[in-house]
Design a protein around this ligand. Structure first.
Ligand code: KG4
Ligand code: ZN
Length: 406
């Protein structure tokens, strides 16, 4: 940042799903405070996020969380330069809590308000930490895999004239990757959220015990633009570098889509074939009786076939995510790879990405675990380029549950 330019302190607010979060970030490059109030305990008994409960918990938490973020940053409301809030995608009712509060606060303080796409936030989590670590040599275009409980998206990210633009080159056709982790964990009586539990238990199983195959998408879906449908049509030559490319046009691009609803059914079939139903039921009961079960509790209640199933499931998920992402990275000849979102916390995913990307000489960047899952620092960081260009939200903007990133 040039010395002529002053620092800008942005207060970020995030309430798109089940975390109430607020953070203060300086000039998109330094996290001053980052507070996250998790609702996991509220939703745990239901095995997933209950939208009405999420809104209620956000209402309860928003004021104390914002106050704490300011206090930890050593700032008051007046010494903030702008506010940023997640507009979408996410749960409409949950988003509205953050948006209404941010609007009221911005209006009362006479400060500009910036609306941020949650997915752009996940991409900027990587940029924020790289800048914070002094890495200013980032190379573009970057391919960003945003992989969480609600999303599995591949974006080409570019910076032009201080503004970011994104092109979606892949998305899930059905379940998100994190959703598959959560559903499989639930199916195996492991509780919620499933990703972190499966991550830790996988080390104790044989990942080669069960062979899962994940759908390879051949047919374009309805969301795919017509020209790209042809490029993806099943009987045509495989995606090749001879495919005509129109710079800046998404029309003739090859897509790299994901599908994770099938693997959940495949796990269920394994449960039946291996007659695991009774032990799953017993585990479910035992775990419900323990307040916050730890690794030892899980291990005591998982037999080897179950651990093998867990490890094999995770291996299949990781292989598919890495293979499709690297195929896209090669097709679009990107200079770096970002991986973020809740599932980016997964140890095996990180190690596999690092190993495979290194073979192509491709730098792969992850946020720390704290910035991988939902947080408001990433929202404040994504808002900074918009702050610089004066891209402020009109007072009548509203939540957009299905907001797309462009
Ligand atoms: O980004 P996030 O906090 O919220 C969404 O926007 O969805 O991601 C939460 C998701 C959940 O599905 C959770 O099971 C998954 O991320 N997750 C993981 C891990 N930690 C969280 N999945 C696999 N391995 C992990 N270590
Ligand atoms: Zn998220």
């Amino acid at each position: 940042m040039g010395s002529a330019m002053q620092s800008a302190y942005i207060l970020g607010i995030e309430t798109s799903c089940d975390e109430t979060a607020a953070a203060v970030v300086r000039s998109g490059e330094q996290t001053i405070s980052n507070v996250v109030a998790s609702q996991i305990a509220t939703h745990q008994p239901y095995g997933g996020v209950v939208p009405e409960l999420a809104s209620r918990e956000h209402l309860r938490a928003i004021v104390p969380v914002v106050r704490q973020a300011l206090r930890e940053a050593g700032r008051n409301y007046e010494s903030i330069d702008a506010l940023a809030v997640t507009q979408g995608p996410g749960l409409a009712g949950a988003l509205l809590v953050g948006i209404s509060y941010a609007k009221a606060l911005a209006f009362a303080l006479g400060k500009p308000l910036i609306a941020v796409n949650h997915l752009e936030g996940h991409v900027h989590a990587v940029l924020l930490e790289q800048r914070q670590e002094g890495n200013r040599e980032l190379r573009f275009p970057a391919l960003a895999l945003v992989v969480s409980g609600g999303h599995t998206h591949l974006y080409l990210a570019r910076l032009r004239d201080r503004s970011w633009s994104y092109e979606n080159v892949g998305h899930t056709r059905d379940d998100a990757a994190g959703e598959a982790f959560d559903k499989v964990a639930k199916l195996l009586g492991l509780g919620y959220p499933g990703g972190p539990i499966i991550d830790r238990l996988s080390k104790y199983g044989n990942a080669r015990a069960v062979k899962f195959s994940i759908a390879q998408i051949k047919r374009p879906d309805r969301k795919t633009p017509p020209a790209a449908r042809e490029a993806n049509a099943p009987n045509q030559a495989p995606p090749s570098r001879t495919l005509p490319r129109i710079e800046g046009s998404p029309a003739i691009r090859t897509r790299f889509d994901f599908s994770y609803s099938g693997i959940k059914t495949a796990v269920l079939r394994q449960v039946e074939a291996r007659q695991l139903a009774a032990s799953i039921e017993a585990r479910r009961r035992e775990m419900a009786g323990i307040g916050r079960p730890g690794l030892e509790d899980y291990l005591r209640h998982c037999d080897q076939p179950t651990l093998d199933l867990i490890a094999s499931f995770q291996r299949a998920m990781v292989e598919d995510l890495v293979a499709k992402t690297l195929a896209a990275a090669r097709e679009y000849e990107v200079a770096s790879l970002f991986v973020s979102g809740g599932v980016a916390a997964n140890q095996e995913l990180r190690e596999t990405f690092e190993r495979r990307a290194a073979q192509y000489g491709l730098p792969v960047l992850f946020p720390s675990r704290a910035l991988s899952t939902d947080n408001a620092a990433m929202i404040a960081a994504a808002a900074y380029p918009k702050f610089l260009t004066g891209n402020f939200a009109p007072m009548n903007f509203s939540a957009e549950a299905r907001l797309e990133l462009r």
